[in-house]
Design a protein around this ligand. Structure first.
Ligand SMILES: Nc1nc2c(ncn2[C@@H]2O[C@H](COP(=O)(O)OP(=O)(O)OP(=O)(O)O)[C@@H](O)[C@H]2O)c(=O)[nH]1
Ligand SMILES: [Mg+2]
Length: 304
């Protein structure tokens, strides 16, 4: 006798003549990076480093520099993040203290644009946390994110960045990295800059990536770097990414999460993997931006 299969009625809903399976997982689950497969060991770190180098190699051959500008509110962890990237990319055992890290939340410790070269063709600029200031003018924000300022200059007390001596001295920003503390309410002046980022990115002029820091304060299991491999399966992390994605108005796959070194003097392999994973996303955004710029320029030249 043949078997008669019956589908329990609570597992299907019918719309018209179609039958759709009912969602079994009723719990709200966010899917940020759930399918990401990385090896949390030396082999995994080497693989990520190799991928980053490969992505950068055409730019290195052309001797083209990718400018990565790190911005964000005071004390969100910008300088610490840059130190983390430098530690990992230069494969240092001791945690790099190249960019000075502050402890005050009311005034930015970093006062000007500071920079370092990574992987021969990437320049990483750490910026003062001035964007929540009411003094900064929208046109200055635009000048900065469009590279129309001197990235080696100071930002004066009126938040005016130094313009370059000549217009040719413009530095294109390949990727803007917006650093935020998870769960933070975006101050009104920061919303202003985010609007400018969206506008400029929407015009095809800017790549960007969002980095959340302070992972160890979001879920205490991440105080121990051994647990970093649980990052993508932590419900509280998923919730924080969802929140920031809505606040900033950017898709979750343009967001990375890190735990900066601030208690340690020695680096560790799990932190290396996490920094490399975040850096790879930034490099992808930067390379795509420069490829886009080159395609636009070639199309414009062909029309002339
Ligand atoms: N627990 C924890 N503390 C962090 C993290 N990142 C940064 N910090 C701490 O946050 C404080 C500010 O860090 P900075 O790296 O100086 O932040 P910044 O954004 O460069 O600050 P300004 O230059 O002053 O705007 C320091 O006390 C850091 O040790 C993190 O991931 N976890
Ligand atoms: Mg700083």
């Amino acid at each position: 006798m043949g078997v008669i299969w019956s589908i329990p009625q609570d597992l299907v809903t019918s719309v018209g003549n179609w039958m759709y399976p009912v969602e079994l997982d009723k719990e709200e689950t966010y899917y940020w990076n759930r399918n990401t497969q990385i090896k949390w060991d030396k082999e995994g770190a080497d693989e990520l480093l190799r991928e980053i180098k490969e992505r950068l190699s055409p730019f290195k051959e052309k001797k083209q520099t990718l400018n990565i500008l790190v911005i964000g509110p005071t004390s969100c962890g910008k300088s610490s993040l840059c130190n983390g990237f430098k530690t990992t990319l230069n494969q240092k055992k001791e945690v790099v203290q190249f960019f000075r890290v502050g402890r005050r939340e009311d005034e930015s410790y970093t006062k000007n644009f500071q920079f370092t070269t990574l992987g021969d063709c990437v320049t990483l600029y750490d910026m003062a946390g001035v964007f929540e200031s009411r003094h900064i003018k929208t046109e200055d924000i635009l000048s900065i994110i469009q590279g129309r300022v001197k990235f080696t200059g100071k930002i004066d007390d009126f938040m005016n960045p130094t313009p370059p001596a000549t217009s040719e001295a413009q530095n294109n920003v390949s990727c803007l990295v917006l650093v935020l503390k998870p769960g933070m309410e975006l101050p009104v002046h920061l919303k202003r800059i985010i609007e400018q980022i969206h506008k400029t990115a929407g015009e095809g002029e800017l790549g960007y990536h969002v980095i959340l820091t302070h992972l160890d304060e979001v879920d205490h299991c991440f105080k121990d770097t051994q647990n970093l491999n649980k990052l993508f399966s932590s419900p509280v992390v998923q919730k924080k990414v969802e929140y920031i994605s809505k606040q900033v108005g950017t898709p979750p796959n343009t967001i990375s999460f890190v735990r900066n070194y601030c208690y340690e003097t020695q680096s560790d392999i799990n932190s290396d993997v996490l920094f490399l994973h975040a850096f790879k996303q930034i490099i992808n955004a930067a390379c795509e931006q420069e490829e886009k710029r080159a395609e636009f320029a070639a199309a414009a030249a062909a029309q002339d």
